[in-house]
Design a protein around this ligand. Structure first.
Ligand code: NAI
Length: 246
């Protein structure tokens, strides 16, 4: 049984979709969750949902693309709760287009959020976790890090997340801080609901388990990696995709 009682966790992009599912799962296992999102309204909704189910959580609005905002939320958490045990870097966006049609702006926005945002959050967090000699970081990459048509910006950023994760795992292993990455396959959230029906059907046809994943499917893996039961697992890149990448 996974028990996260007394753990303090930050989940970015937790206002909806996968981040919401992750925040709710960690809270259901006893963690106090800082529900972070650039969108204040949805962050508060997730907090209310957690509280209705008997968990504890608070909202903290943060745009991870902004280094100062990311530093502030980590500092706020440590000053208010004395520590940060778990950091889940989930916030992400897509701006899909074929490479020859991709604008500089679409490239840059995805980089700002999907890779720079992870660095902005990890940088202050690892200073604290190194000193405490304890911590868990889970970064959300994507099956697309291996390359996907129309996602040059997104794939490059998510591949960056894998490199960042493995490097941090090497640097922090002796400090008892684990750093792992999850590669969700095709998960049923607002992000994927935006694709046309024919693309949805094509994606499902590529999944051996024959269905899109749910936010909870991903959250279950993250709760394990955040727990004491995963003490000796670091630097791993775990596919949660119903067999989409084999
Ligand atoms: P979503 O679009 O449903 O939710 C993303 C959340 O992140 C939203 O609440 C949004 O407000 C927040 N957000 C966006 N920009 C932000 C910023 N700059 N700072 C803070 N929060 C920000 O997306 P979904 O599907 O839940 O994706 C979550 C993560 O999983 C993303 O990193 C995405 O790239 C990744 N992913 C999703 C897959 C899927 O099939 N849905 C597959 C593989 C990876």
């Amino acid at each position: 049984m996974i028990d996260l009682t007394h753990k303090i966790a930050i989940v970015t992009g937790a206002g909806r979709g996968m981040g919401k599912g992750i925040a709710e799962k960690l809270a259901s296992l006893g963690a106090h969750v800082i529900v972070s999102d650039v969108d204040e309204t949805t962050a508060n909704q997730t907090v209310n949902h957690i509280k209705e189910k008997g968990g504890t959580a608070e909202a903290n609005v943060c745009n991870v693309a902004d280094k100062e905002q990311a530093e502030r939320i980590v500092a706020d958490t440590i000053s208010q709760h004395g520590k940060l045990d778990i950091l889940v870097n989930n916030a992400g966006i897509n701006r899909d287009n074929l490479l020859h049609k991709m604008s500089e702006q679409d490239w840059q926005q995805v980089m700002d959020v999907n890779i720079n945002g992870v660095f902005h959050m990890m940088h202050p967090a690892v200073v604290h976790m190194r000193d405490r000699q304890e911590g868990r970081i889970v970064n959300i990459s994507s099956a697309s890090w291996l390359g996907n048509v129309g996602q040059a910006n997104y794939a490059a950023a998510k591949a960056g997340v894998v490199g960042l994760t493995k490097t941090a795992a090497r640097e922090l292993g002796r400090r008892n801080v684990t750093v792992n990455a999850i590669c969700p396959g095709f998960i049923d959230t607002d992000m994927t609901r935006g694709v046309p029906d024919n693309v949805w059907d094509l994606m499902i046809s590529k999944i051996p388990m024959g269905r899109a994943g749910s936010p909870e499917d991903v959250a279950n893996c993250i709760s394990f990696l955040s727990s004491d039961q995963a003490n000796y697992i670091t630097g791993e890149v775990i596919n949660v995709g119903g067999g989409m990448v084999l």
